[in-house]
Unconditional design. Structure first.
Length: 347
């Protein structure tokens, strides 16, 4: 299935049905009176967050969604049927933006979450509603309510426990393939990975989701190399695994480039927990590893771990560190989302 992380779609809720103008005419009934029924309500537009989806590819082949129009009222006080609703199913992490791309309408983050994005129009009243002592034979009814139409942007930001970040060709796809069943395209040239990849990682009997974010480059926060779209996926990750290619000469510059892009895009994103890893150590001598690790630790101010995604060296230790950090993040999120209830006051 092809990965698609944004789509522009047209939405139109259903118009209400018109009320009927009708009079009861039967043999031996002298004063039948008005009996026009009401029109049915128009259908609503709903958006539902569902499990099992990780792309917006369905919205590539259909961009227009219109809810059903309410059926008109009829004689004998018959109310028209309501129009059919439209339910758009989107993956977790989907944001819905207005056409101006500045107004956030909804943020779908939890499977099962469902919102009504557009309300259907009310059905019009039939002439039976207007009967009264002054006007006993009304000859007018209300038309159905017209509804608004809307163009919206759907933008998917993958939700993962851990995100792989780094410059192009840092070995992110190789690492993901080594620790999960994901099979991203792997080659020895930059920008091999063009779309984010998800993989389920198993470690010590537990599992977590890891996302391979395509290589960020200098100027990514301004859109260079589709950087703003890639950085959006990093926003949803609980912890970042920052891979630095150990075979390159200027490893501290590579580290600072990614950190600068994260900071410029969002200070909150730059403040996320991060594990720094020197990758491709199978191609380095022990002296080179020691020297480059020391340089990275001096530049970052944190402990640097060394691995080789190709040979598996140090990979299990990294996974255990990631799992521990993810558990801590989940515990903090659980406390924030479910604070302890206040004890009942008693004198």
């Amino acid at each position: 299935m092809k990965f698609l992380d944004q789509a522009k779609i047209y939405l139109k809720a259903g118009n209400g049905g018109a009320g009927a103008v009708s009079f009861r005419r039967e043999k031996f009934i002298e004063f039948g009176g008005p009996d026009g029924g009401d029109g049915g309500n128009g259908g609503h537009i709903y958006v539902e967050c569902v499990d099992g989806l990780n792309t917006l590819i369905d919205f590539r082949y259909q961009q227009h969604f219109k809810a059903g129009t309410g059926i008109h009222g009829m004689g004998r006080n018959r109310t028209g049927a309501n129009g059919a609703d439209v339910v758009l199913k989107v993956p977790a992490g989907t944001q819905i933006w207005d056409a101006d791309e500045e107004t956030l309408l909804a943020d779908m983050t939890v499977p099962g979450q469902k919102i009504r994005l557009l309300k259907g129009g009310n059905g019009g009243w039939g002439n039976a509603r207007f009967k009264g002592p002054v006007n006993q034979a009304p000859r007018h009814a209300n038309p159905g309510q017209e509804t608004q139409e809307l163009w919206v942007w759907l933008r998917l930001k993958l939700i993962a426990d851990a995100g792989l970040i780094g410059l192009p060709n840092a070995g992110k796809s190789t690492f993901l393939a080594a620790v999960s069943r994901a099979r991203p395209k792997i080659a020895d040239y930059p920008f091999t990975t063009l779309h984010p990849q998800l993989g389920v990682v198993y470690c010590d009997g537990e599992e977590f989701v890891m996302a391979d974010i395509p290589g960020l480059i200098e100027g990514a926060h301004e859109g260079a190399g589709l950087g703003t779209r890639f950085l959006g996926h990093v926003e949803r990750c609980g912890i970042n695994l920052h891979l630095v290619d150990g075979t390159q000469e200027k490893i501290t510059r590579a580290y600072r480039t990614i950190r600068h892009e994260l900071q410029e895009y969002s200070p909150e994103l730059a403040a996320k927990p991060e594990l720094l890893v020197l990758n491709k150590c199978d191609a380095l001598t022990p002296e080179q590893i020691r020297r480059k690790k020391a340089a990275l630790e001096k530049a970052s101010g944190q402990t640097v771990m060394t691995i080789s995604g190709a040979t598996g060296q140090g990979v299990q230790e990294i996974l255990r560190e990631l799992l521990a950090a993810i558990k801590r993040a989940r515990a903090v999120a659980a406390v924030e989302n479910n604070p302890e209830p206040m004890a009942q006051w008693s004198p």
